[in-house]
Design a protein around this ligand. Structure first.
Ligand code: AMP
Length: 189
């Protein structure tokens, strides 16, 4: 589950909550912890999470990590591992600046590293590709600052619990996919 994806959908709704969410996303700021913890707790009730799940984009703060721990305890579950992708800042900026997302099915492309066959059209569903508002330069800088101050401390938090697996996130999609699969095999094997 990707919390960013859930929030982007919520932000499209013409409700007060949807509009409030959209303002956080546009600025690259974090949605309040309480909202996030409730949202994830609700999503974990869905049937597709019953045999296990991967959390993408959550937790992003120590308060969210505490919330997650409480949720897991309630279900008598434990986290298997935390993947930490190491990517040089220059590469992150290059990736975000060129990222294009399908409005209909959410498939990701990159104008240079993974271009669609037809410009601005999704290979998978013919949907329109767009650039996320928060992938624009000024917002990316704000998101990186938020990461450094609020999210990076989680690495130490989970390292102390012996859960962190570092992944070299610099490389092709295929290379990184293989590194992730290798790390996951280590824990399942
Ligand atoms: P992402 O798709 O993971 O890059 O997330 C996009 C945006 O959604 C972030 O910049 C935040 O505004 C918001 N967001 C996603 N996950 C969280 C979270 N765990 N806590 C707070 N805000 C979040």
């Amino acid at each position: 589950m990707s919390t960013g994806e859930i929030l982007r959908k919520a932000a499209q709704e013409q409700t007060a909550l949807g509009q409030k969410t959209a303002r956080y996303l546009e600025k690259g700021e974090l949605v309040p912890d309480k909202v996030m913890v409730n949202l994830v707790a609700e999503r974990l009730q869905d049937k597709d999470c019953s045999k296990g799940f991967i959390l993408d984009g959550f937790p992003r703060t120590l308060a969210q990590a505490d919330g997650l721990e409480a949720m897991m305890r309630e279900r008598s579950l434990g986290l298997d591992c935390v993947l930490c992708f190491r990517v040089p800042p220059g590469v992150i900026i290059q990736r975000l600046a060129g990222r294009r997302t399908c409005r209909r099915c959410g498939t990701l492309f990159h104008v240079v590293f993974n271009p669609p066959r037809r410009r601005d059209i999704c290979d998978r569903c013919d949907g329109e590709l767009y650039q996320r508002e928060d992938d624009r330069e000024a917002t990316v800088a704000a998101r990186l600052r938020v990461y450094e101050t609020q999210t990076a401390p989680l690495i130490e938090y989970y390292r102390k619990k012996g859960l962190v697996k570092e992944i070299d996130g610099d490389g092709s999609v295929e290379e990184i996919r293989n590194r992730v699969l290798g790390a996951l095999e280590e824990i399942s094997g």
